[in-house]
Ligand binder design. Structure first.
Ligand code: BG6
Length: 475
């Protein structure tokens, strides 16, 4: 928590704003319950919590009411430390329908001194047109430089480490291309279902909720060219080039061949602790979740084979998948290199994979480089082993969560880890034909049992290329 770690400015203040008429004390009660349930600081001492509370205020603001913003401005101006040169950050965790009026009122009430930062949370639209409309509306009031579109996957430690690894070591970059890489797999698997968000999720689905943003951002991080510098413009323009190089899938045969959509049925979720299964629970089918249409056609799983049509990546498939109620929660990027051109060591098992780099984003952040080495003994028998960059073991010190990292970046006006509107548009452009084909039911919706790794068709998607998902093979 940034407060107890001392990374927040001592005069920094946080205003909770909503339509509800609450006192700051009532707001703090709600906040404490939420923080202690969901945040990593659940066991923060009362002393720490009380000192954090000194920063917090609550004010009723209906974002459609300009007067409420004037009152807020008056309150801020009346603070001793607030001399109008302090930066104000507005975090819009509200429905995008209210972004425009909120931005207008922030500006009309003169809360923006030209330096205000506005944090925008997803969902930023449900297709290209609605995303453009939101971005156009907001752009009437704020420059692109003031807008911080959050994709929390970019705040994850391993994702930033991937950039560091690629661009500050000479070892990997020469191999980072189609000549040496056979394929890339990116998986974001969740064991949870829709967890009370059925009303929101139904009709949105995994393609919009995860693929259009998080998965494609990870693709950018793997595939981008070295930027000229680490500034926001350089990084974001390299990412944009990747998104624009994604091979469009427009023909229905293409979409059918290269994508799989799935929905979970009733199944069993097991929690594994070390080598033991500690808890088996039967969980309902997606269609039986609260607030979900019993005939819903919404996908909770998606797998796509994508291609990036540029010199570096021509011919290298990117297999992307994400799903809810899968066997375990994990997110990882697997780079599989090509095999050696001539095998000298007989007896190497057929299914032993070539070199692989596995970048684990969660739950345990690490980067493993799988290599072949000799087994102990007199014969030249090969075995798989890995070089392990386990961040938990190697890097001691306080770890920040993705959101904490990103919010600190907003406070310090660092834009590189936020998404430019052009990236958003390019991502929507690529997923839109798939969304449309699915909406017309031109692609089957396959079922998978909760607690599995997704529909069997997602295995076929990769098997027809003679490859397998990482969990299926002897590493
Ligand atoms: C959010 C999605 O953006 O990411 C959720 O809306 C999803 O549906 C979540 O559960 C996953 O994030 P993480 O960091 O837990 O993998």
């Amino acid at each position: 928590m940034a407060h107890s770690a001392g990374t927040l400015h001592p005069e920094g203040r946080i205003w909770g704003l909503s339509r509800q008429q609450l006192t700051t004390e009532q707001y703090l009660d709600i906040l404490e319950k939420e923080v202690r349930t969901h945040a990593k600081v659940a066991d923060a001492s009362q002393e720490v919590w009380q000192s954090f509370c000194q920063r917090i205020h609550y004010q009723k603001v209906d974002v459609t009411e300009l007067n409420d913003f004037h009152t807020l401005k008056t309150t801020l101006d009346s603070l001793d430390h607030f001399d109008n040169k302090q930066d104000v950050i507005a975090y819009l965790a509200i429905t995008p329908k209210l972004f425009e009026v909120t931005c207008k009122n922030l500006v009309d009430a003169k809360l923006d001194d030209g330096n205000m930062r506005v944090v925008l949370e997803k969902p930023m639209g449900t297709d290209l047109a609605s995303s453009n409309a939101i971005n156009d509306a907001v752009a009437q009031y704020f420059d692109e430089q003031q807008l911080y579109r959050i994709d929390h996957y970019l705040g994850k430690e391993s994702v930033q480490n991937l950039l560091m690894l690629r661009f500050s070591n000479i070892l990997f970059e020469p191999l980072w291309k189609n000549e040496w890489i056979d394929n890339v797999q990116i998986t974001i698997a969740e064991d949870l279902g829709v967890e009370g968000r059925g009303g929101f999720y139904d009709g949105i689905g995994a393609l919009r909720d995860m693929m259009q943003n998080h998965l494609l951002q990870l693709v950018c991080m793997v595939a981008m060219e070295p930027p000229a510098s680490m500034d926001a413009d350089s990084i974001r323009s390299e990412k944009l080039k990747v998104l624009k190089s994604l091979r469009p899938m427009t023909a229905i045969e293409d979409i059918n061949r290269n994508s799989v959509r799935g929905q979970y049925t009733k199944g069993i979720i097991s929690r594994i602790d070390g080598d033991n299964i500690v808890n088996d629970s039967v969980v309902p089918a997606y269609r039986d979740e609260p607030n979900v249409n019993p005939n819903s056609q919404t996908e909770t799983f998606v797998a796509i084979k994508a291609h990036i049509d540029n010199w570096r990546w021509a011919g290298v498939p990117f297999y992307l998948r994400t799903g809810k109620r899968m066997q375990e929660k994990f997110a990882e990027i697997v780079i599989t290199f090509k095999d050696v051109p001539h095998k000298l060591f007989s007896g190497t098992p057929q299914n032993m994979q070539p070199n692989r780099m596995v970048i684990r984003l969660q739950p345990d952040e690490s980067i493993r480089l799988y290599v072949k080495s000799k087994k102990l003994g007199n014969s030249m028998e090969v075995q798989r082993t890995f070089l392990n960059l386990n961040f938990h073991e190697i890097l001691q010190g306080r770890r920040t969560s993705a959101y904490e990292r990103l919010l600190q970046d907003v406070i310090e006006s660092r834009l590189p880890l936020f998404v430019h509107r052009d990236e958003q548009a390019a991502a929507w452009q690529w997923v839109e034909p798939i969304m449309e084909a699915w909406a017309k039911d031109e692609v089957p919706l396959y079922k998978y049992s909760a607690g599995s790794y997704g529909p069997v068709q997602s295995y076929e998607l990769i098997a027809k290329d003679g490859r397998t998902w990482k969990e299926d093979v002897l590493m």
